[in-house]
Design a protein around this ligand. Structure first.
Ligand SMILES: Cc1cc2nc3c(=O)[nH]c(=O)nc-3n(C[C@H](O)[C@H](O)[C@H](O)COP(=O)(O)OP(=O)(O)OC[C@H]3O[C@@H](n4cnc5c(N)ncnc54)[C@H](O)[C@@H]3O)c2cc1C
Length: 507
C-alpha cells in the first residue's frame, strides 16, 4: 500500500501541500479541516449573494514560483476590470480587446489597483504618508514642522532597536510615529508598541522608510513590498482560488474531510503513528503536515518536555471580528477625484486612525472586485474590521450587538449614515494573528523540539507562528513537500520562509 500524509487544515498551506504531493509523489493526502469551509483565514464568505473576505486578501508575492502557481490555478483576466465594470464605456472596449475564454470567464483572477489610505481627522492621508500639499493642509503647518524636525532627529540619533516602537521611530521620527503608526498598531495588537518585538516591523514594514518612500515616488531603485500598487484577486474572492485547489485535489484522488478536528497526535519516539479526531477516528499515517496553531499542536502531543510546554502555553494571538454592511451609499464626499459610485471612495481598504473608536480598518469590497457584490451598481458592500482577544468584551458581544456597535462607530466618524444600512452580517476569526510577544522570543525551544520528529512537519501561519501572507504559507508547504520527496534531514529551508536577512541578523 502507498504512503499516507495527514494534513491538518484546509487553508492555503494545507491545500498547497496536498496538491503538490499529488503532482510530485505517490503519497496519498488526507486533509482534515475542523470548520465547514475551505480556505482557512483566506476563505470567502457568501451572505445573501454578497461575498466578503476575512480582511481583504491581496494575491501578491515576490516569488515567481508562487505567482505562477496561482496563475495556473486561475489565469489572469486579460485586462483591468474594476474600472471596466464601473465605467460602461470602458467595459465595452475591454470586452472587445482581450476578453478571456468565454467558457472560463468566471475562473479568472483580476489585476487590481491598490489604493489604501489612512482616515484621520475626518480626512484621507496617503499610505504611506507622503509629503505633499494635501498632507500639510490636513495636518496643519505646526504639526508638519514637528514631524519634520523629529524625523531629522531620528536620522542623527538612532535608538537601539529593542521594540517595534524603536523600529518606527528610527525610520519615521517620534511625531510621525505617534500620528500615523502608534494608535493603529496598538489597536491591531492590543499592547503597546514598546512591548512588541522589532521583528514584526522587520517582516511587515520591511525596508520601508521616508527615504525609500521618496525614492519610490522618484522611481529610483527596487520597490518595497508594502508599496506595491497592483495585486491579483480572484473574481469571486480568495476563497474561489482555494476552492478550485480543493476541487483539483479531489479530482486527483486526494481526500478532504470538513468538520473534522484533530484532537490528538500519537507518537512512538520521534515518529508520529496516527492522529485522532473529534469524531473518534484514529487515522494511521506516514507523515503529518500541520497548519493548526502550534500552541495546540504541542498540547495534543504526549511526552512534551516541560520547557517546551511552557513556551507553547505562553504563545499569544490576536483575534479578529468583522461586520459586513450592505449600504445604499457611503457618506464620504462625492468629488470628482475621490469618488466613483454611490459616494464610495476609490480605496480598496482604509486604515482608521481616528481616536475614540475601536474600528481598525474598512474594506470596500466593490473595489476589490465588483463581482463580489450582488448589485454593485446600486449598493456598497463594506467590511468593518476589529482586532480583539477571545476573552474580551468585543469578542463576547452577540452578533447583533457587534454589528450595531460597528454601525454606530462608522456613523460617528462620518463614513456612513445609519439609515443607509440595508443588511449586515458578522464573522469571527480566532487566532487571526500570531503575536510577536508573549513567549515568542523563546520560540526556538519549540522549533528545536519539533525538528526531532522525522515525519511531522509544521507549516503555514499559525503552524509556524509566523506573520505569514498567503505566499509564505504556500512557500512553506512547497518546502515541506520538497523535504518529504527528497529528504535532506535539515529543516532550515522550511523555517527560512518569511525570515528575511534583516530578521536573521537581529536574531
Ligand atoms: C485580516 C487579514 C488580512 C489578510 N490579508 C492578506 C492579504 O492581503 N494577502 C495575503 O497574502 N495574506 C493575507 N492574510 C494572511 C492569510 O490569511 C494567511 O496567510 C493564510 O490564510 C494562512 O494560510 P494557512 O494555511 O497557513 O493558515 P490558515 O488560513 O489559518 O488555515 C489553517 C486551517 O487549519 C484549520 N485547523 C486549525 N486547527 C485545526 C485542527 N485541530 N484540526 C483540523 N483543522 C484545524 C483551520 O480551521 C484553518 O482552516 C490576511 C490575514 C488576516 C487575518
Amino acid at each position: 500500500m502507498g504512503q499516507t500524509a495527514v494534513i491538518i487544515g484546509a487553508g492555503p498551506a494545507g491545500l498547497t501541500a496536498a496538491l503538490e504531493l499529488l503532482k510530485k509523489s505517490d503519497i496519498h493526502p488526507i486533509i482534515l479541516e475542523q470548520s465547514d469551509f475551505i480556505g482557512g483565514i483566506s476563505a470567502t464568505m457568501n451572505h445573501a449573494g454578497n461575498r466578503m473576505d476575512m480582511g481583504g486578501h491581496r494575491f501578491f508575492s515576490k516569488s515567481d514560483v508562487v505567482m505562477n502557481w496561482w496563475k495556473e490555478i486561475l489565469p489572469l483576466q486579460g485586462s483591468p476590470s474594476l474600472d471596466d465594470m464601473l465605467f460602461e464605456r470602458e467595459l465595452e472596449l475591454s470586452a472587445e480587446a482581450d476578453a478571456p475564454d468565454p467558457n472560463q470567464t468566471d475562473k479568472v483572477m483580476l489585476s487590481r489597483p491598490r489604493v489604501s489610505r489612512i482616515y484621520y481627522l475626518k480626512s484621507f492621508f496617503d499610505y504611506p504618508v507622503t509629503l505633499n500639499f494635501k498632507t500639510i493642509r490636513n495636518l496643519g503647518f505646526v504639526k508638519m514642522m514637528k514631524c519634520g524636525f523629529s524625523y531629522l532627529k531620528s536620522i542623527i540619533h538612532k535608538r537601539p532597536e529593542k521594540s517595534l516602537e524603536d523600529f518606527f521611530i528610527n525610520r519615521f521620527g517620534q511625531e510621525l510615529y505617534e500620528t500615523f503608526f502608534k494608535d493603529y498598531t496598538e489597536k491591531l495588537w492590543g499592547v503597546n508598541c514598546s512591548d512588541i518585538a522589532a521583528d514584526w516591523g522587520a517582516q511587515r514594514v520591511k525596508g520601508l522608510s521616508i527615504l525609500k518612500v521618496l525614492m519610490n515616488i522618484l522611481k529610483i531603485g527596487k520597490k518595497e513590498t508594502s508599496l506595491i500598487e497592483q495585486f491579483w484577486y480572484p473574481k469571486f474572492g480568495p476563497g474561489q482560488l482555494w476552492e478550485e485547489v480543493a476541487r483539483q485535489i479531489q479530482e486527483k484522488g486526494g481526500e478532504i474531510h470538513l468538520n473534522t478536528k484533530v484532537l490528538k497526535i500519537n507518537r512512538e519516539g520521534s515518529r508520529i503513528i496516527s492522529v485522532e479526531t473529534g469524531d473518534n477516528q484514529v487515522i494511521p499515517c506516514d507523515y503529518v503536515l500541520s497548519t493548526m496553531p502550534v500552541k495546540e499542536l504541542i498540547n495534543d502531543l504526549n511526552g512534551v518536555p516541560e520547557d517546551v510546554q511552557k513556551v507553547a502555553e505562553g504563545l499569544m494571538y490576536r483575534d479578529f471580528r468583522t461586520a459586513g454592511l450592505l449600504l445604499k451609499e457611503m457618506k464620504l464626499g462625492y468629488t470628482l477625484h475621490e469618488s466613483i459610485l454611490n459616494g464610495m471612495p476609490k480605496d480598496t481598504w482604509i486604515y482608521i486612525q481616528e481616536k475614540g473608536v475601536r474600528l481598525g480598518r474598512v474594506q470596500l469590497f466593490n473595489n476589490w472586485s465588483p463581482y463580489l457584490v450582488k448589485d454593485y451598481k446600486n449598493t456598497v458592500w463594506i467590511g468593518l474590521e476589529y482586532f480583539c482577544n477571545e476573552a474580551d468584551d468585543l469578542w463576547q458581544m452577540s452578533d447583533g450587538e457587534f454589528t450595531q456597535m460597528a454601525i454606530s462607530e462608522a456613523a460617528k466618524i462620518g463614513l456612513i449614515d445609519k439609515d443607509a444600512v440595508l443588511d449586515s452580517v458578522s464573522f469571527k476569526v480566532p487566532k487571526a494573528y500570531p503575536a510577536y510577544f508573549g513567549t515568542y522570543d523563546k520560540f526556538n525551544t519549540i522549533r528545536e523540539f519539533l525538528d526531532i520528529f522525522e515525519n511531522l512537519f509544521v507549516m503555514g501561519r499559525n503552524g509556524m507562528h509566523r506573520y505569514n501572507n498567503m505566499d509564505h504559507s504556500v512557500l512553506s508547504a512547497m518546502a515541506v513537500v520538497q523535504e518529504i520527496i527528497a529528504p535532506t534531514h535539515d529543516r532550515t529551508a522550511i523555517w527560512n520562509v518569511n525570515a528575511e536577512q534583516e530578521y536573521h541578523e537581529k536574531k
